[in-house]
Design a protein around this ligand. Sequence first.
Ligand SMILES: C[S@@+](CC[C@H](N)C(=O)[O-])C[C@H]1O[C@@H](n2cnc3c(N)ncnc32)[C@H](O)[C@@H]1O
Length: 247
Amino acid sequence: MTLFKALAAQALGLALTIALAWMSPALFYGAWRLALVQGVAAALWSGAFRQPYWWAPIHLLFLPTAIAMLTLQLPSWSYLLIVLLLALVFWGTIKGDVPLFLSSTSVADAVTAIVERENANGFADLGAGIGSVAVPLAQHPALKVDAWERAPLPWLITAWRCRKLPNATAKRASLWGCNLSRYEVVFAFLSPAVMAELGEKVRREMRPGSLFISSSFPIPDWPPESIVDIADRRRTKLFCYRLCRPE
Ligand SMILES: C[S@@+](CC[C@H](N)C(=O)[O-])C[C@H]1O[C@@H](n2cnc3c(N)ncnc32)[C@H](O)[C@@H]1O
């Protein structure tokens, strides 16, 4: 469905641009101008189709990038290489899953402080990316760290960064297959699209007294125990959820 919406936004953007150029040829003269108008139109259609916000720059830049690459006259195999690299990094994103964004070092520091305060033995990063949070946490030898990442290239980078850390494991697997009952603290920086389902998994599997931390995106209908404000560029908020102990 996501791919269909993306293709439809591009096609409708193109159709609108052709119609505008036909009505007013002087105003839309030149490939760059046309490509930019098509990009804006495609981004607007993407918004109308309620695609996640990060699709807007992709739509905006798609045709201008294609034109720029054609003028560079790159060898044809380089396109295959670029597509392959993008697929290895953004694995699953095309189906509507979570793209790769990196947490800041301030977030990693704040999560480290929370884990120390919690006196945790086991920590999981669900969707670990290149290990921006998991690797600093694994500097604590007494803490067992599992970094769950599905996209091949980010996973490979995390695995390489963990190679000398015996307490850290980079697992190339979907976070939905992870048994959360093994960890006292679980961290995730994902997307609003998955938070309701993830909240259910957290409630179902995490042990009473353990802590779930979601960077940037709250779980709907679950007031957090606390919210930590991070003074980084994104003004990140960490939503901390405590699993209730039985009465
Ligand atoms: C926003 S990034 C966060 C990366 C890292 N946790 C950080 O804070 O820097 C989300 C990551 O989750 C991964 N991801 C998305 N869906 C996943 C899934 N079902 N299983 C495992 N990883 C997933 C993506 O490939 C991406 O690397």
